[in-house]
Design a protein. Sequence first.
Lengths: 367, 349
Amino acid sequence: MQIDRRSFMLALASSFVAGGMPAFARERLYVSACNDAAGVSNLAVFTADGGTLFKTQLPDRGHDIALSPASPDLVVFARRPGDWMAVIDRRNGAVKVVVRSPEGRHFYGHGTYSGDGTLLYATENNLETGQGVLGVYDTAANYRRIGEQPTHGIGPHDVAFMPGKELLLVANGGARTDPASGREILNKHRMEPSLALVDPRSGEARYKVDFGSDLTGLSVRHLAVASDGEAAFACQYEGDPEEAPPLVGLVSKDGRTRMLGMPDEDLYRLNNYLGAICLDGSERLIAATSPRGGMAAFWDRSTGRYLGLAPMPDVCGVAAAPEAGTFIVSSGNAGVKIARAETHDLARVGGSDLDRYMWDNHIEIVT
Amino acid sequence: MLRFLSAALILFLVLPAAAQEYVPVNQNPDFKAEAVRIAEQFVVPRYEALAARFLTQNEAWKTYCGKPDDRGFEQLGVQFREAAEAWAAVELVRYGPISEDFRYERIAYWPERKNDVARGLARLLSSNDALTEDSMYDRSVAVQGMSALERLLYDEGAAAALKAGDLGAKRRCAAGQAISFNLTRVSKDVLTDWKPLIQKLKTGDEGPAREAVTRFGTDLLMLFQVVGDQKLDVPVGTTSGEAKPQAAQWWRSGLSNATIATNLKSAADLSYMILGSGGPGINTVGATETAQSLAESLPAPLPDMIKDGSQRSKLLLLRNAVRGARDLTTAYVPAALGIVVGFNSLDGD
């Protein structure tokens, strides 16, 4: 949708709910986009026990959030194919600036800051060619767009820095879309999914992993990079619905990939669709969520062992909880819960009013 | 396929004020009362009917295997049909005890992926191990239920093999008896587990009840997706060249049309229970019944019509009717229940 920056800023100011940081100082804070019962889109910073630091109104649904390593800034990206991203003060919800995508580009919902926080990279679509680009924004210049680099693929979605913060791993979903036709996949039978390791300074690809002709429908969308350089990735399968290829894989720092197995019966329950992926605090365990299957699935990254499923309707958001082996998971209609990977059980978050919100696809850790 | 539903729901979600003013949203839903009402009046009676049908079917297999004759064989087919219809009447419910321990898949393993039922059944019939009723539950989920029974009865040459009077026929009979027993076991377990769940919905806090109502609403919408996308779109294809008649559910037994009609009737029944008569959105029920009526009046088995150019238009009409019913259900049922469905699952990212 088109937004008017002036009215957006006014709306944000009026919806700001101050909570005060000190009360939450010792608790882990999470951030996610959400809708309330009236259909109003917000960005919320909250604790796992249901405390809300602030909510900031958004003009439309947000998707993922990137956090600056050098300032209080966080950026919430519009849900694909959105044309805005909002820079918000993570301490109080105040809006710093709203940035529109330039003519001929739109956001894909994800981005990340450079290691020193001076630049922001956002996955974007070149509408004319369908090729993915990384928009480059200067954070010191009020997030002015100063250039772009290729993602070396179509339909980039998630993007994450590798350890060392010099190279970016990009999940090129392979699906070409155009806002003029909504979210319809225009090249369903000719998708070109890939993982590309890109040097954002030169734009050069250090490697590109194509999924091959057998798996052209396997759209790689989300990433979770470990500090050892291995990354877990989560896919959606757009091919024959009766087929059920594995949806989670690992890519080593030199580009070797392997898919993680699970019993067929459990795989079918994911309904060929994963919406998010995350590592736990120890980085040993992987959680991936399937809103279409209403399931969170867990693996041991160190052994590749599959651990099981936890049912939660419309689950998507997932982030590491403080205790190793646990995750916080959120849903569009079942609130927020804590998942334990080894036993794959879910616990309700006590004393919480988080159930009142419809939580969008991603949760990130603020502190 | 999904995009149609996505588009409808996304519109509903992002334009609530402007586009949905005519849809009254239940601002003060009584989740506990609604969850219990749907469970007691819609779900449990259908599982009771299913359990009764599975029991009768198991009796038919016992009778036939004890004294194989034509009359007994005929009864196997009759009871299979009744059981398939009873399943179709509650197939939309995915919430609750049916979702545990692969019970849903144990009852009907469909869509069949990677030829699991055929491979599992071949293995089951060629083995020499004891094929007892109790042991079925520990075997592959794919061979435990109605999908395997259908192959035992209706696969090419299956009837002759079952009637052959040799060791192979005895093995097939033992398999049918064990599978039909397993179905009684699973359905009984589901019924048993609904009792404490209803108690929990009655006496617990609002959270589980709200989840139950949300799941019922989601399951209802999912039914249209399954019928429209999987049961019609996949076998019918976009052209007759892309048609896959054997992707239709229950094509071997000729029950594709009847079970789709029963699916749609169950959706109409649940919509009526939620929306009531005379209130806003009552056309939702009528639209679903129209689709049901179209499925009932198809002039030939669905797989036969798929490749027939002159008949495909009737299937496309049915498909459009299912979509129309789905759109109305999407607009009115979640609003009446006071819930939101598909926020993430229909998001596409």
